[in-house]
Write a protein that binds this ligand. Structure first.
Ligand code: SAM
Length: 470
């Protein structure tokens, strides 16, 4: 990979244990950078959940057997000989931040050039492996390198990497797409709550007692002739007394249009009569329509009457199918409107079809307008979502960099504390070795510290002070 010299090379070693992996990589990077005469812009984050391991890692002190495979040149260059082994030199140690970090709980490091995660994934269950793999994918830059253990692989994200060396499990991230891990659950930005129906007529009549409704249903079944309730747009609203036997329901998305549900032979006539009833808003009758019902030809009279219900949103009509007069008493029909003639029906039908067509056109236009409005709303919502997402991402990145700084500062403090403790111990040993009785007092002349020799002069006081401080 090519890097501008001013750019940091960022490395993360999750599950670094006692630090050997992180030090080895850092040394390799130093070799490479020195050979190319490049500035040492290297930042290595080495993390683990096990704090004791991190303490060992921070000291970088290893026994002879641990460095047995390190060549003499590197040993000389990057290690300092100590009485109990070899310590990684300060120059190397200061390039690495060792920090406690749980891969599953803490935010991953980001914009990384290399993640070396060896022999960590193998200890996880498959679902945890997948989660860790998508975190690593998230953390790597496009073109970043993933270095895994000899029995590990990018798993489900294999397609997001190009193998550089399959044998040594080195992969290069080739996609910049986000993985499932990065799914951000945004709160619903838009309030889609229904706008109150201020000042308008209630859309529906108040709901009556449901028990009473059931009673009405019984009465309707008993006293209503076979009939249909339709609205002025010819939509079917209700069916009474078994009139459903005249309907034909087609498969797949059946129509609500009443005329469409009728047998083919009845469509033209009923459509025409209905058109006349709607345009005159008066009862209309047609005599002698032959309809084939379940293989039996029935001769029917069609009677359509407007139903005046001021509370209904659309005007409604009752369509009655009655056996033709030759089979019933004609007396009972005296009060009914005279039947319209068959010749007029073709014209009625044409008018009805034209009315339906213009109604469909209006509906289509309204639907197109609604669709356009929804589309605009969707676009606006989408833009808002994209903007929020971008904001979240930049906040996230800021948090990451603050987090990293905290890790660095924390690691520095830990180092200082360790150095102070060492100094303190050295100082105490030095004072004890001088064989001189020394008392350290504070501004109120209270004893802060003393050497062991002082007990020869103040034996009782010294032992009491020691007891107090224990
Ligand atoms: C087998 S060691 C691997 C050491 C090192 N990577 C190597 O190959 O030499 C696994 C390390 O992963 C650490 N570990 C286990 N679960 C972890 C987690 N959820 N997050 C971070 N480190 C974890 C363990 O504490 C242990 O030090």
């Amino acid at each position: 990979m090519r890097y501008p010299p001013e750019e940091d090379v960022r490395v993360w070693v999750p599950g670094c244990a006692t630090g050997e992996e992180a030090y080895s990589l850092t040394i390799l990077f130093l070799d490479g950078l020195n050979a190319r005469d490049r500035p040492i812009n290297l930042k290595v984050f080495a993390t683990d959940v096990h704090r004791r391991s991190l303490e060992v890692a921070g000291q970088g002190l290893y026994g002879e057997e641990s460095v047995a495979d390190v060549g003499p040149e590197r040993l000389r260059r990057y290690f300092v000989k100590r009485p109990n082994g070899y310590q990684v030199s300060q120059d190397v140690r200061q390039l690495i931040v060792f920090a406690p970090h749980n891969v599953f709980r803490d935010a991953p490091f980001t914009k990384l050039d290399l993640i070396s995660c060896r022999n960590l994934l193998i200890y996880f269950q498959p679902h945890a492996q997948r989660a860790a793999q998508s975190l690593f994918h998230f953390g790597l830059k496009a073109g970043g390198i993933l270095f895994l253990g000899s029995s590990e692989s990018p798993g489900a994200l294999t397609a997001d990497y190009e193998p550089i060396d399959e044998h040594y499990r080195i992969y290069k991230k080739i996609t910049d797409g986000r993985t499932t891990h990065e799914t951000i659950k945004l709160p619903l930005i838009r309030d889609f709550a229904t706008v109150p129906n201020q000042g308008r007529q209630p859309l529906r009549p108040s709901v009556p007692d449901t028990q009473l409704l059931a009673t009405y249903d019984r009465l309707l079944d008993r006293f209503m002739p076979p009939s249909f309730l339709v609205d002025e747009e010819r939509d079917l609203l209700d069916v009474f007394a078994g009139a459903e036997r005249y309907l034909r329901v087609k498969g797949r998305r059946p129509s609500h249009g009443f005329v469409e549900l009728l047998p083919e032979t009845a469509k033209a006539v009923v459509g025409g009569v209905l058109q006349r009833a709607i345009s005159d808003w008066a009862p209309v009758r047609y005599s002698g329509l032959d309809v084939n019902v379940d293989g039996v030809l029935e001769r029917l009279d069609i009677l359509i009457e407007p139903v005046n219900n001021p509370r209904a949103l659309k005007r409604q009509l009752l369509v009655r199918f009655e056996p033709a007069p030759d089979s019933v008493n004609t007396e009972s029909r005296r009060d009914q409107p005279p039947p319209i003639s068959g010749e007029n029906l073709a014209a009625e039908r044409v008018r009805s079809l034209e009315a339906e067509l213009s109604h469909s056109r209006e509906n289509l236009q309204a639907s197109i307008e609604e669709l356009q409005a929804s589309n605009e709303e969707l676009q606006a919502t989408n833009e808002e979502l994209v903007a929020s997402n971008e904001e979240l991402q930049s906040t996230n990145e800021e948090l990451h960099s603050v987090n990293e700084e905290l890790y660095t500062v924390n690691a520095e403090y830990q180092k200082k504390i360790f150095e102070l403790e060492e100094l303190n111990t050295d100082f105490r040993h030095l004072l004890d070795a001088t064989d001189v009785g020394i008392l350290f007092l504070d501004a109120n002349l209270r004893v802060r510290k003393f050497t062991s020799k002082i007990s020869d002069i103040f034996p009782a006081a010294a032992s009491r002070h020691r007891a107090q401080n224990q």
